[in-house]
Design a protein around this ligand. Structure first.
Ligand SMILES: [Zn+2]
Length: 468
């Protein structure tokens, strides 16, 4: 549909293409607007996927696609029982081609870049967008230059590299990377693919709201992670447009979630100001929402207010607990930023804000397989399990020997013959070299005997167990 850009501050209007992010007159953020009368006769067309909504987006001549959108929404049956609230859903954006919601942005941005004749794209990213753009640029023959901050999830970086993007590291967090991407686009004339700097990003993401509407109708609550605030704003824009198009008269309460270690939009919400602020050095494991100066903060705050929703922060501990529960009870492996939405839902339910009959949707933006900290934590857990197993064998040997002396074969039998005899002797050698047991010969057999030191260690094991 024919679209134009309008300044969210002074209302000045500009041509829709090429997309640009700020107003020439006042520097305000630009967003796409349409002749909304035409929305009433516009249609969703084709199969359930991203391009089904192209009549509600700025015009694209040659739409490219890798099969993005049309993602499933899961009813969280087990968690609903555990938490005892509402009618609870996860909108699962991990099911996109590169496992995040950013594929929606990539398909629209790359289509637009090709329509306008560009050969190269530059973007700044916390990770997901870079991975998506790199894949779409590879497939549709564009050069892709990605600027990432120092802390970026290793899985996302791996995606960018294997899709053959040029990856430049710049600054500690994405705010600096954005400045660099802006500089590069100005110097080189490349297409600006950063969603914070290209209003097509919001148009792409609003299709998530359209899909949820088609899948389960308009929920009472829509819970969204906030980095720049653009995703939250896009959800609200989507639902508002459905209302304008006459498809619904109901709107959801929008909830924005940030990490306690980096909550500039939540700070502004609590202080009732329009300007996000942060008075600490930002830090969180939820790297996808680690943004200090949120570009869409003001619009996100407006959306929260207008929708009668709210903003809240959750701790990294709450995020990781939520992450595990989502996986354990619903089989969804989300990145920490996404798990934050479920952590927030639990908080709201505990506070009695969510009604028992309310329909709640948590937006799962990306896969946990991309997140460094999650993978490291799990690897550590596996190692712990192995160490625990070895410890328990040594402990069992010490326990047997604390009751009586025994020879190797006896010990192997008493340990249940679950390991090889060689493994038992290996444990005995290790215990012996630490001075926890000694051995002596009797009747042509080598007997093992616990030492004083070994007894102390065994006692320490028992003490430890009281602590665990
Ligand atoms: Zn303006």
């Amino acid at each position: 549909m024919t679209a134009f850009l309008e300044c969210s501050v002074c209302g000045s209007k500009f041509d829709g293409f090429p997309p640009k992010c700020s107003c020439e007159n006042c520097g305000g953020l630009l967003e796409y607007k349409y002749d909304y009368e035409r929305f009433k006769t516009a249609r969703f067309t084709g199969r359930f996927s991203f391009w089904r909504y192209r009549q509600f987006m700025p015009e694209v001549k040659n739409a490219v696609s890798m099969g993005e959108g049309g993602t499933p929404i899961h009813k969280a049956q087990r968690l609903t029982k555990v938490i005892e609230f509402g009618d609870f859903y996860f909108k699962d954006e991990t099911r996109n081609p590169t496992n995040s919601f950013s594929d929606r942005c990539a398909t629209l941005l790359v289509s637009n870049a090709l329509d306008l004749g560009y050969r190269s794209v530059v973007c700044a990213t916390n990770g997901n967008l870079g991975a998506s753009l790199a894949a779409y640029c590879a497939k549709f023959e564009l050069a892709c230059h990605v600027v990432v901050p120092k802390s970026v999830d290793v899985g996302k970086l791996a995606q960018m590299l294997i899709y053959d993007a040029v990856v430049e590291e710049y600054g500690d967090i994405v705010d600096k990377a954005l400045e660099r991407a802006m500089e590069i686009a100005e110097e080189t004339g490349w297409y600006q693919g950063s969603v914070e700097l290209n209003p097509l990003g919001v148009e792409a993401l609003k299709t998530i709201a359209y899909e949820v509407f088609e899948q389960i109708g308009v929920p009472e609550w829509f819970i969204v992670p906030m980095g720049s605030g653009g995703t939250l704003y896009a959800m609200w824009k989507g639902f508002k447009e459905l209302e304008i198009a006459g498809k619904t008269s109901k709107l959801p309460k929008i909830v924005g979630v940030q990490a306690e270690g980096c909550p500039p939009i939540v700070n502004a919400y609590l202080r009732k100001t329009q300007k996000p602020f942060l008075k600490m050095k930002p830090s969180t494991h939820a790297l996808a929402i680690l943004v200090k100066n949120p570009t869409y903060g003001g619009l996100a705050l407006n959306a929260i207010k207008e929708s009668k929703g709210l903003a809240l922060a959750v701790s990294d501990e709450e995020i990781f607990l939520a992450e595990r529960e989502m996986a354990k009870f619903e089989g969804i492996f989300a990145e920490p930023a996404s798990a934050a939405t479920y952590a927030a839902a639990k908080k709201l339910a505990n506070q009695g804000l969510i009604g028992k009959m309310d329909k709640i949707v948590c937006l799962i933006t990306g896969s946990g397989l991309k997140a460094t900290d999650v993978l490291q934590a799990l690897t550590k857990k596996r190692k712990m399990a192995v160490v625990g197993l070895e410890l328990s064998t040594k402990e069992k040997i010490l326990k047997i020997l604390s009751e009586r002396d025994a020879y190797g074969y006896e010990l192997w039998k008493e340990l249940g013959k679950v390991m090889t005899r060689a493994a038992v002797y290996q444990h005995l050698n290790e215990l012996s070299s630490r001075g926890l047991i000694t051995s002596y010969e009797r009747d042509g057999r080598k007997f093992f005997k616990i030492t004083k030191r070994g007894e102390k260690v065994l006692q320490a094991f028992d003490d430890l167990k009281l602590l665990l």
